[in-house]
Design a protein around this ligand. Sequence first.
Ligand SMILES: NC(=O)c1ccc[n+]([C@@H]2O[C@H](COP(=O)([O-])OP(=O)(O)OC[C@H]3O[C@@H](n4cnc5c(N)ncnc54)[C@H](O)[C@@H]3O)[C@@H](O)[C@H]2O)c1
Ligand SMILES: O=C(O)C(=O)C[C@]1(C(=O)O)C=C[C@@H](O)C=C1
Length: 366
Amino acid sequence: MTKFGRLVIVGLGLIGGSLAMAWKKAAVAEEIVGVDIDDAVCTMAETMGAVDWATREVAEAVSKAQVVVLAVPVAKIEQVAELVLKHIPRQCLITDVGSTKAGLTGRLSDIFAHRGTYIGGHPMAGSEQTGIAGADPYLFENAVYILTPRQENIPAVDQLALLVGKLGARSIIMPPGQHDAIVAAVSHLPHVVAAGLVNTASGVEERFPRTLMLAAGGFRDTTRIASGDPGLWQGICRANKEQLLQVLKEFQHNITHFIHLLAADDTDGIKGYLTRARITRESIPAKRRGFLPQVFDLVVTVPDRPGMIGSLAQLLGGHGVNIADIEILRAREGDGGTIRLGVQSAEALDRAVELLAGAGYPVRKL
Ligand SMILES: NC(=O)c1ccc[n+]([C@@H]2O[C@H](COP(=O)([O-])OP(=O)(O)OC[C@H]3O[C@@H](n4cnc5c(N)ncnc54)[C@H](O)[C@@H]3O)[C@@H](O)[C@H]2O)c1
Ligand SMILES: O=C(O)C(=O)C[C@]1(C(=O)O)C=C[C@@H](O)C=C1
């Protein structure tokens, strides 16, 4: 494989730190250099071995860069790009990881129109944590990684797709406007709704003080992302304002419809509403195979004991079945959990079901 020269990541937080760790492990470049405005973050990145060295000085890092990845909050990407432009070599490949793409792809393509080659990017993986302390080299494994190249930069996509592949992720090319309309529905709306759920429960807590203490799996599963960084998320919401407003109105319409059904005691209507959602939700792993064609899914229920996932991996691995994808669907303390496992062939799926059922776990194919 081609090994890159110097790869620079500007912004060593959750995403920048995770990219650095993954690319370092895969030895994709001669040198991985980090840039962050925070000295303590630079020191931590070096101590963790996520980068070869880190600095606060953009010029020092990017002047000899072959690839530059902008991994700062959306609201700061353009400003950092202007700074990077002044110091990069002419042939440099530049990408960003911002959660919105339409505005950024247009503005950054203009910024790098006469120097470097810019391709927008967005890894569809992350977490509610912030900063390099939450970084994880495996964060992007099996994830979809969206690329939004302008027509004239399509020839450079191969190089970026190669780097994406080294993360264990799959590249998908998409027009930036389409990207923003989709992520408004599947990422930004869920964030706003999760915040709304928490704020609603907190209002009820004022009337009934033990409300939040009683919250079980349902509330936790639907609100994890509400713990994300409010500063980062206000930038994302504002950068995708029109698309987010559009899906919020559709959501409002859905909720208003449900209110009418409930107020009217419309049993069939309520059941129909919930059934449509259930059918769609259950089809998601099957649809995901469109992106990850080799994954065949099963769902297994396991008791709540430390090391359960390790036991499952050992049982399957010991019989030659590799787990390609894993997702914890439900976990209740003291009450076990439900796990989705993906394997890479129909035969492996049959074998996995046979092995798990044989070991006494309730298991079904998806
Ligand atoms: N968090 C997620 O789940 C997720 C997923 C995909 C994409 N993204 C995108 O990734 C980007 C980074 O998000 P994150 O979650 O890693 O944020 P983060 O807050 O964890 O990290 C951001 C880092 O950038 C540094 N920084 C800020 N301004 C800077 C500047 N001017 N120069 C250099 N460094 C600077 C900060 O010190 C921090 O270390 C955002 O654009 C976000 O939209 C986030
Ligand atoms: O918290 C997670 O699990 C995420 O993957 C975060 C998530 C998402 O909405 O799915 C959040 C924003 C990003 O731009 C991409 C991913």
